[in-house]
Design a protein. Structure first.
Length: 489
C-alpha cells in the first residue's frame, strides 16, 4: 500500500479485509466539482450488495481478535491514524472543497477536527467501561461491564465528509467493534483519506472496511445484513426512517441523526453585532448544508429593525463564490439537484407570501451557487418555518415576549439545535429548560459540535443514544452485569 493510494489509483478503490478492491460488479462512477461541473474530481467504485457482504465478512472475521486486544492497544491505532491525517490536512481539505464544494476555510477546520476526534477517542481507551456496586451478600463483587457489539455499520453523509465518518468510527473501534463504513456518494475521496490513514497506521485487516457507491445498493445491503449488530446513520429524515424500520425489524440497534429546523432567538438586550455574525455563520456557512444550520431567526420587536439592517449589511459584505478561495465564506451547493430543490423552495416561499430581503436566486452560471437568501413576512405554517430547506436560506420573524419566542421556536417536529442571544440569566435559564433541542447555544451560533460532549437531537431530529463524547460508549457497547461470588472454601 502506498501513501497515495487514493490519488494514484484511478478509479479509487474500496478498502476491504486490509486490501484495496474494485467493486465486484466492475462498475464505477464519476464525481464532479459543484463549482465547475465540467471538471471531474475522481472516479470511484459503484459498489453493490456483494461488496457490502464481502466487507461484513471481513469485519466479522476480524471481530474476535480486535475485541480481545486491550483497549489502549486499539486506541494506539487511532492515535497513529490521527498523525497521518494531521500531516495531510491541507490535501484532505482541498479534496473536500473540490468534490462537495465546502469553502476551503471550513474544509481545513473540518479536516483538522478529524484528527482531534481520533485523539479524543484514543483517550477513551483509558476511561472506565463499567461501574462497581455494593454487594448484597458477603464476598461478592457486583459490577457492570461494557462489551463490544461485534460488526457495526456506519452510513455517512456528504456534508461533513470526514468529521462524521470519523466521529462514528473512532468510538466504534476503540470500544472493540469492527466497522463497515459506507461513504457518501457525493464525497467519496474525502472519506477514503480516512481509510488510507488507518491502513498506514497498520490497522489489522478487516477491522475497518470502507466502501463507496450508491446508498440504495450498499447502504440497503448493510441495513439488511443479519451480521451487522448496530447501524449508525446520518442523513435525511426519509432515508433514516426507512433504515430504522428495516434494521429494528431484524433486531439491529439503530442510531439516527436526521434534520433540524433550528431557531436562533435574539432578545431585546442581545449584543446585536454578535447575534448578526452568528446568524450569518449559522445560516450561510457551508451554504446552509448543515443539519445544525440556522433556519429561523426570531428577533424581539424592539430590536428587529436594527438587527435586520445589520444582517443585510453583513450579507452584502459576505464573500460568496469560488470555494477554493480561502477568503470565500459561502460556496456552491453540493449538486445540481440540490440547487434546484433550494431554488424551488425559495419560489414556493415567495408564493406563500414571504418577502426576499437578500439573495433569492442562483448566483453563478456554471457553479451550483445560490446567493445567501434572507426572507421576512413568512407565516409560521409556511414551508420555511416548518421544513428543513438544505441551503443558504433563512427567515426573520418578529416576537414580543419570551414565552411567545419559546413557543414558536418549539413549534416544529425537529429538535436538533437552537441559540439564544441575551444577557438575561432568567431568559437563559428558561431557554435551557424549555427549548426542545438537543444542542443549546447561549450567545453562539446554532452549528458546531465539540468532540468531547454528546451531540444529538430530540424529537424528529434523532433516534437512539447521542453521538460523540462519553455518549458514544452507550451506542457502541452493550452492558452486562456480573455477580462475582468468591469460592467459599
Ligand atoms: C456541526 O454543526 O459542526 O450532518 C456538526 C450534520 C450534523 C453535524 C453538524 N450531523 O450537519
Amino acid at each position: 500500500m502506498t501513501e497515495t493510494e487514493t490519488h494514484t489509483h484511478i478509479p479509487a478503490r474500496n478498502l476491504v479485509g486490509g486490501d484495496w478492491h474494485e467493486a465486484s460488479g466492475g462498475a464505477t462512477y464519476e464525481k464532479r466539482d459543484p463549482w465547475r461541473p465540467d471538471v471531474t474530481t475522481g472516479t470511484f467504485q459503484a459498489s453493490d450488495a456483494r461488496d457490502a457482504d464481502a466487507a461484513v465478512d471481513a469485519a466479522a472475521g476480524a471481530a474476535r481478535a480486535w475485541a480481545a486486544l486491550p483497549a489502549p492497544a486499539r486506541g494506539a491505532f487511532l492515535a497513529k491514524a490521527a498523525d497521518v491525517l494531521e500531516s495531510r490536512v491541507e490535501r484532505v481539505a482541498q479534496d473536500m472543497t473540490a468534490e462537495m464544494g465546502k469553502p476551503l476555510r471550513e474544509a481545513r477546520l473540518e479536516a483538522a477536527r478529524a484528527a482531534t476526534i481520533l485523539r479524543y477517542a484514543a483517550g477513551e481507551a483509558w476511561r472506565p467501561i463499567g461501574e462497581v456496586y455494593a454487594a448484597s451478600v458477603p464476598l461478592q463483587r457486583l459490577y457492570t461491564l461494557r462489551r463490544p457489539l461485534g460488526v457495526v455499520a456506519l452510513i455517512t453523509p456528504w456534508n461533513f465528509p470526514i468529521a462524521i465518518p470519523v466521529w462514528k468510527l473512532a468510538p466504534a473501534l476503540v470500544h472493540g467493534n469492527t466497522v463497515v463504513l459506507k461513504l457518501a456518494y457525493d464525497a467519496p475521496r474525502t472519506g477514503l483519506h480516512v481509510a488510507e490513514a488507518f491502513a498506514e497506521a497498520g490497522l489489522p485487516p478487516g477491522v475497518l472496511n470502507v466502501l463507496t457507491g450508491p446508498g440504495s445498493k450498499v447502504g440497503a445491503a448493510l441495513v439488511e445484513s443479519p451480521r451487522v449488530r448496530a447501524l449508525s446513520f446520518t442523513g435525511s429524515v426519509a432515508v433514516g426512517h426507512g433504515v430504522r424500520e428495516k434494521a429494528t425489524a431484524r433486531g439491529c440497534r439503530v442510531q439516527l441523526e436526521l434534520g433540524g429546523q433550528n431557531p436562533l432567538v435574539v432578545a431585546a438586550d442581545a449584543e446585536l453585532d454578535r447575534a448578526v455574525e452568528a446568524s450569518y455563520a449559522g445560516a450561510f456557512w457551508s451554504a446552509g448544508q448543515k443539519c445544525t444550520a440556522t433556519r429561523r431567526i426570531l428577533v424581539h420587536e424592539d430590536v428587529y429593525d436594527d438587527f435586520r439592517e445589520g444582517l443585510l449589511a453583513r450579507v452584502a459584505a459576505g464573500k460568496v463564490g469560488d470555494p477554493s478561495d480561502p477568503e470565500t465564506e459561502v460556496g456552491p451547493l453540493v449538486g445540481e439537484r440540490a440547487m434546484h430543490e433550494v431554488l424551488a423552495a425559495i419560489e414556493r416561499s415567495r408564493d406563500e407570501g414571504g418577502t426576499v430581503l437578500a439573495g433569492g436566486e442562483r448566483a453563478d452560471e456554471a457553479g451550483y451557487l445560490v446567493a445567501p437568501t434572507v426572507f421576512e413576512d413568512v407565516g409560521d405554517d409556511a414551508l420555511l418555518s416548518c421544513e428543513e430547506v438544505f441551503g443558504p436560506v433563512t427567515a426573520l420573524y418578529r416576537f414580543s415576549t419570551l414565552d411567545e419566542a419559546l413557543e414558536r421556536a418549539n413549534a416544529v417536529p425537529f429538535g436538533l439545535s437552537a441559540a439564544l442571544f441575551t444577557r438575561d440569566l432568567n431568559a437563559v435559564q428558561r431557554f435551557s429548560e424549555e427549548l426542545q433541542a438537543g444542542i443549546l447555544h447561549i450567545n453562539s451560533q446554532t452549528a458546531g459540535a465539540d468532540v468531547h460532549v454528546p451531540f444529538g437531537g430530540l424529537k424528529g431530529s434523532g433516534f437512539g443514544p447521542h453521538e460523540q463524547g462519553r455518549a458514544a460508549l452507550e451506542f457502541f457497547t452493550e452492558t452486562v452485569t456480573v455477580y462475582q461470588d468468591a469460592p467459599l472454601g
